[in-house]
Design a binder for this molecule. Structure first.
Ligand code: PLP
Length: 381
């Protein structure tokens, strides 16, 4: 697929973030520089916060938007909430669950985990049992783990946390804006995401929704939060009055985010969830038709990203040929799955028609490299 065909892209990104950007979002970033403390940026930032609330469905909690990647959202949640010696639990369903566990360890928690094999979902029954055995101050949950494409049953998991009186932190980097997530109804204490995934903006902005309970827990800590920049309590007054200064914001990134969130609101968040559901189904149908195996178990496959095994370890070749021949970019598996797994990101402003076209090219590439298997005779694995 070429820029001529789409009229939009030099390359069609089907990686699990960053996503393709609309012309509106791209053009915002080439406007003249604004002062970060002037009335224009102040008004734009206020609007961005309101739009972020809309995307998260967060009317009751506190909304944060600031410069940083998704990892800053993760680490600021951990460093702000967790005190040294706190017992925390991470549900580890892939690479990003492992990162949350690591950050808990780095920041001095007595960090426990339930570790799932790649492709398995976090089971609320396991969590219930664990919470009955041990008192944890906070539980860390990945909604969609981008490495395995697993979609965890976040509502049930958060319910277990609330029943046991543990705070819950949800990594929504690969979910917010793409799949149903209603912060007010979910009852989680923190949900964070980043600008470059289902929100279809440029990388560099982190969005955090937090409950009053989470803010109270931060405020009543015995020891101060061990960070200047990743201290959510320090960011709170800036969210109340963005004219105040904490650190210079990436103005272009935040203005681009306002535009992307405006587009999201124009589409309507529920419509966007529906479109992502269709994108997920289209992708899963294609993988099924190619006769290839999914990484994520059935019933728990995400609508924002799909990972599947290639049979002959040619993920790198598939990726290269697809980009060279068709201008479509997919990702490979992470770490030991880099040769055996392809990951297709299908979120943001992507349309079903664009996705079908790009998957057609991926199917041709897999066939050319003898990776597809007829449905009737699936390959031995
Ligand atoms: C589920 C998930 N969590 C966290 C992150 C980290 O975000 P970032 O790379 O923006 O720091 C990613 C990035 O892909 C992700 O997919």
């Amino acid at each position: 697929m070429s820029a001529e065909e789409t009229g939009m892209y030099d390359k069609m990104l089907l990686i699990p973030g960053p996503t393709n950007l609309s012309k509106r979002v791209r053009s915002v970033m080439s406007e003249p520089q604004l002062p970060h403390v002037g009335p224009e940026f102040y008004a734009a930032f206020k609007e961005t916060l309101g739009l972020a609330r809309y995307a998260f469905r967060n009317e009751k909690g506190v909304q944060f938007v600031f410069t940083g990647s998704g990892t800053i959202g993760m680490e600021s949640s951990i460093v702000s909430l967790v005190q040294r010696g706190d017992r925390t639990l991470t549900l580890s369903t892939g690479y990003f669950g492992k990162r949350m566990l690591l950050l808990n360890q780095i920041h001095g928690a007595k960090a426990g985990s339930i570790d799932y094999r790649d492709g398995a979902h976090a089971d609320p029954d396991d969590l219930r049992k664990k919470l009955a055995e041990t008192k944890y101050s906070a539980v860390f949950i990945t909604h969609v783990d981008t490495s395995t494409s697993i979609s965890n049953p976040v509502r049930e998991l958060v319910e277990e946390c609330n029943r046991a009186g543990a705070l819950s932190v949800v990594d929504g980097v690969c979910s917010v804006g793409g799949v149903p997530l209603d912060f007010d109804r979910l009852g989680a204490d923190i949900v964070f995401t980043a600008s470059q995934k289902a929100l279809s903006s440029a990388p560099g902005a982190v969005l955090v929704a937090a409950s009053q309970r989470a803010l109270d827990a931060m405020a009543s800590r015995k020891e101060p939060i061990g960070s200047y920049y990743m201290n959510l309590l320090r960011w709170k007054p800036i969210m109340d009055d963005p004219r105040m200064y904490l650190a210079t914001p990436a103005t272009q990134v935040l203005l681009a985010l306002r535009e992307a969130l405006t587009e999201l609101k124009e589409e309507g968040v529920e419509k966007r969830w529906e479109r992502h559901r269709a994108l997920g189904e289209i992708t899963r149908d294609s993988v099924g038709n190619w006769g290839l195996d999914f990484v994520a178990e059935e019933g728990h496959r995400a609508d924002t990203v799909t990972s599947f095994f290639v049979r002959n370890g040619t993920a790198g070749e598939v990726q290269k040929k697809l980009e060279t021949d068709h201008g479509v970019v997919v990702a490979r598996g992470i770490a030991e799955q880099k040769d055996s797994v392809i990951r297709v990101g299908h979120f943001g402003i992507l349309t079903p028609a664009e996705l079908r076209g790009a998957l057609g090219s991926l199917g041709d590439t897999l066939a050319a490299l003898k990776e597809t298997a007829p449905r009737a005779a699936p390959a031995e694995r």
